[in-house]
Design a protein around this ligand. Structure first.
Ligand code: ASP
Length: 369
């Protein structure tokens, strides 16, 4: 039997598919009435085991604007998780009630694990510090609308590049478009994870530089993507306290930015963008929220249609290793660390450097250099 198509990582979509989803989102923005009944009789379940304002509500609003209905829960404490139910069992149950599921969970790899149990498409709405593909699609739509293109841009990414899941997915998407240059603005402790650097940026020949202060590079940027320091992902809260206010964008710093630059932020912000930037025409972070809904409408249409047609791309063929081969994932935030019934699975990522990865959380084993 053919599998069901899920969106776990932005890599699950080809560049053509991303462009196609953005084009449908743009069409929805032009003519909302045309889509008002497209999902009549359909239901989305939003299962949020971790807090969210925008992502959950925008999935629900998206389905409602398509004429469908939404059900679900907004925190793990409102689900049978409190009785000890596994994510896998929750998903198997909910997939009997809904046509599509959007799920957020604090454990890395939870969406992939869920998708293996679901009988309907699962959309990853954020799994721990791992990835957040639907935020990336909203980010791309914002950039495209503002700059008219997704290529030949200089993008500054500022803040928590280590734990910011939106950053990992955004880099994965923008490195596919020609001529983009990246400026990574972070303290050394919060720089991008090795796998993003060595498996996404370097193989694609991404051009990037590092900068410690916003002031030193803002004049060169087309896009400035600000992020929150992800308090909930730090194991050492003293380190968080030390780093939490390391970047603050304000009206004074914006004076050096080009007229055409846009400021994005996946929100929520804490202090990294001062409110005195909000009325600057270059501030796009609230617009980004609106785009998120239209893009999620396009995404729901695409994944429901693929499910109806029974379309599911073949996964990349790779040999899967298990605990019996002597591997174990030591990431305490991996879904397999908590859902111990899940069989751990690994694959070889980089033969030259002998790097293996956990299939769920993508933690790498071995040495890069
Ligand atoms: N809302 C985004 C996320 O869920 C960004 C953030 O929380 O900082 O990852």
């Amino acid at each position: 039997m053919k599998g069901i198509r899920h969106l776990i990582d932005i890599s699950d979509l080809t560049t053509e598919e991303i462009d196609g989803i953005l084009a449908v989102a743009e069409d929805i923005m032009r003519d909302r009435a045309k889509y008002a009944h497209a999902c009549e009789g359909k239901k989305i379940a939003t299962l949020f085991f971790e807090p969210s304002t925008r992502t959950r509500l925008s999935f629900e609003a998206a389905m409602m604007e398509l004429g469908g209905k939404a059900l679900g829960f907004a925190s793990a404490s409102n689900s049978s998780t409190t009785k000890g139910e596994s994510v896998m069992d929750t998903i198997r149950t909910v997939s009997a009630y809904a046509d599509i599921i959007a799920m957020r969970h604090p454990l890395e790899g939870a969406a992939l694990a869920a998708s293996r149990r679901s009988i309907v498409p699962v959309i990853n709405a954020g799994d721990g510090g791992h990835c957040h593909p639907t935020q990336t699609l909203a980010d791309l739509l914002t950039i495209k609308d503002r700059h008219g293109r997704l290529d030949h841009l200089t993008i500054g990414i500022c803040g928590d590049l280590k734990y910011g899941r939106t950053v990992h997915s955004l880099i994965n998407a923008l490195t596919r478009y020609e001529g983009n240059r990246f400026v990574m603005i972070s303290p050394p402790e919060l720089t991008i994870p090795n796998y993003v650097r060595y498996e996404i940026m370097e193989p694609r020949g991404a051009v990037w530089s590092h900068c410690t202060d916003i002031e030193d590079c803002i004049a060169d940027l087309d896009v400035l993507y600000m992020t929150r320091i992800q308090r909930e992902r730090f194991q050492d809260l003293d380190e968080y306290e030390r780093l939490k206010d390391c970047y603050v964008l304000n009206a004074e710093k914006m004076k050096a930015a080009p007229e055409h630059m846009s400021v994005l932020h996946p929100l929520p912000r804490v202090k990294e963008i001062n409110v005195d930037v909000d009325d600057d025409p270059r501030a796009c972070y609230f617009k980004q929220v609106e785009y998120g809904k239209f893009m999620r409408m396009a995404l729901i249409l695409r994944f429901l249609s693929d499910a109806e047609k029974g379309y599911c791309p073949e996964p990349n063929p790779r040999k899967i290793y298990t605990a019996a081969d002597g591997f174990v994932c030591h990431n305490p935030k991996c879904v397999t660390a908590v859902e111990t019934d899940l069989p751990q699975q690994f694959s070889l990522r980089d033969q030259a450097h002998n790097i293996y990865r956990c299939e769920y959380c993508e933690t790498r084993f071995g040495h890069y250099k």
